[in-house]
Write a protein that binds this ligand. Structure first.
Ligand SMILES: Nc1ncnc2c1ncn2[C@@H]1O[C@H](COP(=O)(O)OP(=O)(O)O)[C@@H](O)[C@H]1O
Ligand SMILES: [Mg+2]
Length: 258
């Protein structure tokens, strides 16, 4: 664990429906943030269906979030260094539970050691997710651009609002550009929240998981890798490259900006 005294920003990655790409996004954001020099911890808080270890090719059999929450291990024993440079607190892939009770206390021990703590959650609005959101500074809501996913995403938005936590934005994942697919504008109007990233559907994402790699490492130039890296930049407060370019272009066209 890093010894420098920091104050991590804790972000939960949540969704209404399962399978929308939360775990994939969390793992890849961690990689992208560490490539930007940010010390990052990923916590698999999906204690009822953990699979971050599979995405990250890290199937540890020692201490994990479950054993920390049940009081069997101290939190420092459950943190593992990933070869990509970030840290991971996994959950057990064969023990469900016990419950997320005590998660905020775990987080409070960790915030002083990282720039970012990313919390991967279960889908939906059950207590398991509530405890993760309560322990976080803000959330990213992941959805696919279809009506069932967005309709359930609205429920996690309401949960977040009820807990008094801000929403960093909505991430539209697996966008295929198909006829009748919901647009950013439709999703943002329905959710009354900004769509801050649109990640295309791409076969390399699934392939990267099979190889236990991040898609950013497996295929750095493919569109999902570019979108996730730019989302990481946005989380770090970087201006999107296009917006700088466009404003400088606009200033060179007299009469454009009245
Ligand atoms: N942008 C994408 N393009 C293609 N496949 C994706 C994309 N994002 C996620 N997937 C795939 O979708 C499946 C579900 O993703 P996962 O991250 O496990 O969802 P969740 O954590 O929300 O249940 C995985 O097989 C993953 O590889
Ligand atoms: Mg998941």
């Amino acid at each position: 664990m890093n010894t420098v005294n920091k104050m991590a920003e804790v972000i939960s990655i949540i969704s209404g429906k399962g399978g929308v790409g939360k775990t994939t996004l969390t793992a890849n954001l961690a990689d992208a943030l560490s490539k930007k020099g940010k010390s990052t911890l990923v916590i698999d808080a999906n204690i009822s269906g953990a699979n971050m270890g599979i995405h990250l090719n890290m199937l540890e059999s020692g201490a994990d979030l479950n054993s920390v929450l049940s009081g069997k291990d101290t939190y420092d024993k459950a943190i593992y260094a990933h070869p990509y440079g970030f840290h991971v607190m996994p959950s057990s892939i064969n023990v469900a539970g016990p419950s997320m009770h005590g998660f905020s206390a775990v987080i409070s021990n960790l915030v002083g050691h990282y720039d970012y703590i990313l919390v991967d959650t279960a889908a939906g609005t059950d207590d398991e997710v509530k405890e993760a959101v309560k322990a976080s500074d803000s959330v990213l809501i992941v959805t696919n651009p279809d009506i069932p996913a967005v309709s359930n995403a609205a429920l996690v938005k309401r949960l977040t609002a009820n807990l008094g936590k801000p929403i960093k934005g909505v991430v539209l994942n697996m966008a295929r550009g198909e006829y009748l697919e919901l647009t950013d504008k439709q999703v943002s109007e329905f959710m009354d929240a900004d769509v801050i990233s649109k990640i295309p559907f791409h076969k390399n994402v699934k392939q990267s998981t099979v190889f236990g790699k991040s898609v950013i490492d497996y295929s750095p130039r493919c569109p999902p890798s570019i979108a996730i890296s730019s989302l990481a930049g946005r989380l770090c407060g970087e201006e999107p490259k296009n917006s700088n370019f466009l404003s400088s272009l606009a200033s060179k066209i007299p009469g454009l900006n009245r």
